[in-house]
Design a protein around this ligand. Structure first.
Ligand SMILES: [Zn+2]
Length: 283
């Protein structure tokens, strides 16, 4: 089924936000991580919701959907959510939500999945509906089951109001699958049990989106896991495997929350670990 025709892709910025730096670096002490990234007066670090627009002929697909706009003023200030969504990012590329036929998500935490729904009246929760009514939405069945059951150490990341309106659109897969011509998902457990990577080829070779396995460049460090990871040790092992494959197979990897370039190549360094070098964002 896989075709040799490469995809054209564009990195989308679906909105900036901030999270607590300590939570973002797990067991790494502040004295260390504060040398890697600058924190604000509230100890938060700058992040971005990186998404990918995939196009080939008439086919329009989207990887990740950002945090959307269904937020109160208080929630906006906690996370410093920018007034911007994946819809803004798509329109800048001349794409309307109705023309997106496939959406693939790494996992269903709010900063990846809440953009799948819109709320017309912020005072009326019955006005929530699907942002992309024509799209098939692909996640691992395990991720969907855990999200619906609220299985997370974070009590406010899987919201029923984000998930119920899209339930009929879900295409739940189990394991490694080609979900669109030349686009392959593969389980990448660690951050959640059901997280998946998404890979495809452009004219230069393989591009891989690894969800939150390495959200920003400093997370390349072996023990830099997120306080939110369900399985920190598994994540560490998967990260080493992921980086090994990226270096051997010359992948370009796209980092989920990097506010800078977000696209990198991976090399082995002289100490037996890995380093990132910036690559092009566009094919
Ligand atoms: Zn995330």
């Amino acid at each position: 089924m896989s075709s040799a025709i490469p995809w054209k892709w564009t990195l989308l910025r679906a909105g900036a936000f901030r999270l607590d730096g300590g939570s973002m670096f797990g067991l790494i002490p502040r004295t260390i991580w504060s040398k890697w990234v600058e924190a604000d007066a509230l100890n938060r670090i700058e992040l971005q919701t990186n998404c990918i627009l995939l196009r080939r002929g008439e086919e329009v697909a989207l990887i990740e959907a950002g945090y959307g706009a269904k937020w109160t003023a208080k929630e906006r200030s906690i996370y410093e959510l920018e007034h911007r969504t994946v819809i803004d990012a798509l329109r800048e590329q001349g794409v309307e939500p109705e023309s997106v036929s496939t959406i693939i998500l790494s996992h269903l935490h709010f900063d990846h999945a809440a953009g799948l729904t819109i709320q017309r009246d912020m005072n009326d929760p019955t006005t929530i509906s699907s942002t992309f009514p024509r799209a098939r939405i692909v996640v691992q069945r395990r991720e969907w089951d855990d999200a619906i059951a609220g299985r997370s150490t974070m009590t406010r990341t899987y919201f029923k109001s984000h998930l119920d309106p899209i339930a009929r659109q879900m295409d739940l897969v189990a394991g490694t699958r080609e979900v669109l011509d030349g686009v392959v998902v593969e389980p990448l457990p660690g951050h959640t049990w059901g997280m998946q990577s998404i890979r495809f080829s452009d004219e230069r070779g393989m591009v891989v989106f690894g969800g939150d396995i390495i959200p920003t460049p400093p997370h390349i460090h072996r023990s830099a896991s997120l306080g939110y990871d369900m399985l920190p040790h598994e994540n560490m092992l998967q990260k080493e495997r992921f980086l090994n494959r990226a270096a051997e197979e010359k992948w370009r990897i796209v980092l989920s929350h990097d506010p800078s370039g977000a696209v990198y190549e991976v090399q082995h360094d002289e100490r037996g670990w890995f380093q990132l070098s910036p690559s092009a964002a566009l094919s």
